[in-house]
Design a protein around this ligand. Structure first.
Ligand SMILES: Nc1nc2c(c(=O)[nH]1)N(C=O)[C@@H](CNc1ccc(C(=O)N[C@@H](CCC(=O)O)C(=O)O)cc1)CN2
Ligand SMILES: Nc1ncnc2c1ncn2[C@@H]1O[C@H](COP(=O)(O)OP(=O)(O)OP(=O)(O)O)[C@@H](O)[C@H]1O
Length: 190
């Protein structure tokens, strides 16, 4: 089987497993992930952090946004690129539903430039012990993290432990992240 076909099959089975989690289990594991993040030096030493609105039962990091000590950035998809915005108000009029049905900031919100970013929390379908990541297949983070202005930014892949695997199928453009966080803790790249 090709690496591409292996990715498609794995993505399908892991997304199925993730959406079969009960809401209670999802909430508990998401909260544990938030707790591990909140005590990590990578996190506490950051000022501007990129993250996401949970989609298809991804770990929900919304308890983190409540902390106004940090500046939070959320992605907006435009074509094959992501743009990052902070939300000045918690007002729902600053949000819209984007291309894939994911909530995103509307373009009027303040743009966050790469040089301002200290940490990226990367939503993942799976990660492996070398910090390679499987996403939804759009290539958004692969493209972004391959650019020189993003290349050296600290990254933490976010997955539940059941999707932290020994080895993912990888293709030429896949670049490892620097860390992975599951409900059991933060694991740096080996
Ligand atoms: N919460 C969250 N927001 C995010 C991401 C994410 O992973 N999580 N993204 C991270 O990239 C971007 C959105 N990327 C996405 C890419 C593809 C699909 C999607 O539905 N793909 C189709 C198959 C596409 C294909 O194989 O060509 C599908 O799964 O049915 C969804 C989101 C930006 N925002
Ligand atoms: N650095 C890059 N430059 C150009 N195209 C890229 C790059 N990285 C990935 N792609 C394209 O993106 C597509 C999707 O890649 P892949 O299946 O690895 O996505 P993914 O990491 O699962 O998705 P996502 O990052 O959106 O969650 C591939 O077909 C590939 O051609």
């Amino acid at each position: 089987m090709s690496e591409k076909a292996k990715k498609i099959e794995l993505r399908h089975s892991l997304l199925k497993k993730r959406t079969q989690m009960s809401v209670t289990e999802w909430r508990e594991k998401s909260d544990r992930i938030c707790t591990h993040l909140q005590v990590s030096p990578l996190f506490t030493q950051a000022k501007t952090i990129l993250l996401y609105f949970s989609f298809r039962q991804e770990a929900d990091l919304s308890p983190l946004f409540a902390n106004s000590h940090y500046r939070w950035g959320f992605p907006r998809c435009l074509g094959k690129n992501m743009f990052w915005h902070s939300l000045e108000t918690q007002n729902s009029s600053s949000l819209q539903v984007g291309t894939y049905g994911i909530i995103e900031p509307n373009p009027d919100n303040q743009v966050i430039q790469p040089c301002e970013v200290d940490l990226i929390l990367v939503p993942s379908v799976a990660c492996d012990s070398q910090c390679f990541r499987l996403g939804y297949g759009g290539g958004y983070y692969d493209r972004m993290l391959s650019l020189p202005e993003w290349n050296l930014k600290p990254t933490i892949g976010i997955v539940f432990e059941f999707a932290y695997l020994p080895e993912l199928p990888i293709q030429g453009w896949d670049k490892p992240l620097q860390n992975v966080c599951t409900e059991n803790g933060i694991k740096p790249k080996i």
